[in-house]
Design a protein around this ligand. Structure first.
Ligand SMILES: NC(=O)c1ccc[n+]([C@@H]2O[C@H](COP(=O)([O-])OP(=O)(O)OC[C@H]3O[C@@H](n4cnc5c(N)ncnc54)[C@H](OP(=O)(O)O)[C@@H]3O)[C@@H](O)[C@H]2O)c1
Length: 343
């Protein structure tokens, strides 16, 4: 076992340092509700996955246990208002001192990263800080790869960029696995349903779903992903360690023409799928360059081709259902609840 952190985190609710609290059966294992001394660090806690995770923890009586992190100082006030009992910190993965402060004294951590982060550097900092903390019991890390992906399978054209969505999670996993730290990997083997908030613009203006290539994809609601991560953390069950869970809603395995048909039914107006890459490059290319830097348009074109090549790797998974203890939200239900983004 590397560093100070060990894997002896007991499944017992009476693990060292905990105060009086209740222990309940939950879908992800025995859940510990109410106040305990176990501190839980959540990165991206103002975001669309980390915030639902934090809200679920708060709902389960763990608000005082939370150390909620953002890398954007301006976000801290709103987070403090939303979570008055929790500790709010500003921490950047790329700064070792920030990671030392963030990991100090915590028992569990949720780690989520943005596209194009320098994962080798970021995860090296996470590992260095985690190793200095003897009370660390678990890191839950978000990945975003086609199931079964390895660096050797990534096409040369995408690999050549040296970083980016196609390889960053594989790079991160290598650093984390080499560390020997106690980690649970949650792989988003799907598209996030709230991607439609961004895509809605062209559905509204030209009734077009612009997505390069016709291919199958699976789907997941970001809030349910956050809740599943929270349930794993609450469960304190060591059997989640070393697992790689491929998560999606277990029901929608659709090509984009079928998704366009579904959107059409929901808004009761015809929406078509536009899969030609030139369209995507023209409309979305400049935005990706603005967000991720020069070459990002070309990069994502190659990335979508890579996803298309591996689209048979995506499959319906029942793991999210088992973690939540209920049927996850369907894409149709999400679209109906959020049709105002599409009209
Ligand atoms: N969109 C999809 O359909 C999809 C599908 C599969 C997988 N994924 C994967 O899902 C993951 C999350 O995607 P997302 O769109 O939710 O990403 P995101 O919002 O851009 O970033 C995730 C979180 O990371 C935090 N963060 C950003 N930079 C940071 C830094 N330097 N230090 C510490 N924290 C930092 C952000 O919070 P602050 O800005 O508040 O710090 C944010 O909440 C990505 O890794 C992506 O590859 C996405």
């Amino acid at each position: 076992m590397a560093g100070g952190a060990d894997r002896s985190g007991s499944t017992s609710p009476h693990a060292a340092g905990s105060r009086q609290h209740a222990d309940h059966a939950g879908p992800a294992g025995s859940e510990v509700f109410g106040e305990t001394d176990e501190k839980i660090l959540v990165f991206g806690a103002g975001g669309h996955i980390g915030e639902p995770l934090a809200k679920f923890m708060k709902y389960k009586g763990r608000g005082r246990s939370l150390r909620l992190a953002t890398s954007v100082p301006e976000r801290m006030t709103a987070m403090q208002e939303a979570f008055p009992d929790s500790e709010i910190i500003c921490a950047d993965y790329l700064k070792l001192e920030d990671m030392r402060r963030a990991f100090s004294g915590i028992a569990r951590a949720f780690v989520i990263t943005p596209d194009f982060l320098d994962e080798k550097r970021a995860m090296a900092n996470v590992v260095a800080a985690a190793r200095e903390n003897p009370s660390l019991r678990q890191i839950v890390r978000i990945l975003g790869d086609p199931p079964g992906m390895t660096l050797a399978k990534v096409p040369e054209r995408v690999l050549a960029f040296g970083r980016g969505t196609a390889i960053q999670h594989l790079q991160a996993r290598q650093v984390l696995e080499d560390s020997g730290l106690p980690i649970t990997y949650l792989n988003i083997a799907a598209y996030l349903m709230d991607d439609f908030v961004r895509w809605g613009e062209f559905i509204r203006s030209s009734r077009t779903l612009i997505m390069p290539f016709e291919r199958h994809m699976t789907w997941i609601d970001s809030a349910e992903l956050g809740e599943a991560a929270a349930r794993i953390i609450l469960s304190r069950d060591d059997r989640h360690l070393d697992q790689v869970y491929h998560l999606n809603n277990g029901s929608d395995y659709l090509n984009f023409a079928e998704v366009a048909d579904m959107v059409s039914d929901v808004i009761q107006d015809r929406v078509r799928h536009e899969g030609r890459t030139e369209f995507w490059l023209d409309l979305f290319g400049p935005r990706f360059i603005k967000r991720y830097g020069p070459g990002a348009d070309e990069y994502f074109r190659e990335y979508f081709a890579f996803e298309q090549k591996f689209h048979f790797a995506f499959h319906r998974s029942d793991i999210l259902e088992r973690l939540l203890g209920r049927k996850p939200k369907t894409l149709r239900a999400w679209l109906e609840q959020n049709r105002h983004h599409l009209l």
